[in-house]
Design a protein. Structure first.
Length: 222
C-alpha cells in the first residue's frame, strides 16, 4: 500500500536486514516490479537461504510459468563487501553487522558524496567496529521498541544512548543532524515519544539535532 501510494514503479535492489516476517513477507509484492528486469536481493547467506526456503516457488523449476515468476536474484554479502561495501548507481552501500537478540543481522549505510544515511532496525547490540562505520552519518534511522528494556530490541533510551555516542565525532565535528526512531510498538503515543525525545535532549544537553519518532508518509532529505 505504501509503494502504491508513493507511485513506486521501479526498484534498483532489495537489501535485507534479517528474515523475520515483519521484514520479509512483502516479498510477493515485488513481482510486478520485476516484469522488465531482474532485481538483485542482497543479504547474509543464511538470510537468503531462509528466503529461498520460505518462498521456494520463486526459484523452483516445478512452478508453472502462467502468470510469471518474480525475477529476483539472490546475492549473498561476501567478506569483501562487508569490508568495502558495494555500489548501486551512484550510491555506495555498506552492510553494518549488528546483533538482534542472538541473531547476527545487518543494518545498512548509504553514502553519496558527503551524504551519509544509516538504517538500523531490530538491534539489541552494536559492536565497536560497526559503531565506527556508523559514526560519521548525517541521518540515522534506528530501531527502538518501547520505553522498557527488551531482549532483542533497543529501548528508546538505548537507541538514544547510541545516537549520543555518534553525536560528536572524535575530531569534534558534528555530522549527525537527524535521528529517527522506528519499529516502535504500541505502548506509547507518538506525542509521548516526541516528549521523551525532547526531554532526553535537554537532559543530555544535546542541541541542533532533530530526534523524533518516524511516521508513515515521512520523507527524509539528505
Ligand atoms: Zn526481527
Ligand atoms: Zn522486526
Amino acid at each position: 500500500m505504501q509503494a502504491l501510494r508513493e507511485g513506486i514503479t521501479e526498484l534498483d535492489a532489495v537489501l535485507l536486514t534479517h528474515p523475520h516476517a515483519d521484514h520479509l513477507h512483502g516479498i510477493d509484492d515485488l513481482r510486478p516490479l520485476t516484469y522488465e528486469k531482474t532485481i538483485p536481493v542482497y543479504g547474509y547467506k543464511w538470510v537468503l537461504t531462509e528466503v529461498a526456503n520460505r518462498f521456494d516457488y520463486i526459484w523452483a523449476k516445478r512452478t508453472q510459468q502462467g502468470g510469471g515468476l518474480p525475477h529476483l536474484e539472490i546475492i549473498p554479502i561476501d567478506k569483501k563487501t562487508l569490508r568495502k561495501g558495494m555500489s548501486i548507481g551512484n550510491i555506495n552501500i555498506m552492510p553494518i553487522p549488528i546483533v538482534h537478540g542472538k541473531l547476527a543481522i545487518l543494518g545498512w549505510k548509504f553514502k553519496e558524496g558527503e551524504k551519509r544515511f544509516v538504517y538500523i532496525t531490530d538491534v539489541s547490540r552494536i559492536s565497536f567496529i560497526s559503531f565506527l562505520k556508523v559514526m560519521r552519518c548525517n541521518v540515522l534511522v534506528i530501531g527502538a521498541l518501547r520505553m522498557s528494556p527488551h531482549a532483542t530490541h533497543f529501548s528508546f533510551g538505548e537507541a538514544l544512548h547510541f545516537a549520543k555516542k555518534i553525536y560528536r565525532s572524535p575530531e569534534g565535528k558534528k555530522y549527525l543532524r537527524e535521528v529517527y526512531l522506528t519499529h516502535i510498538c504500541h505502548n506509547h503515543s507518538h506525542k509521548e515519544i516526541e516528549n521523551f525525545c525532547t526531554a532526553w535532549m535537554h537532559k543530555n544537553n544535546i542541541k541542533r539535532l532533530t530526534i523524533s519518532p518516524a511516521y508513515d508518509t515521512m520523507r527524509i532529505e539528505l
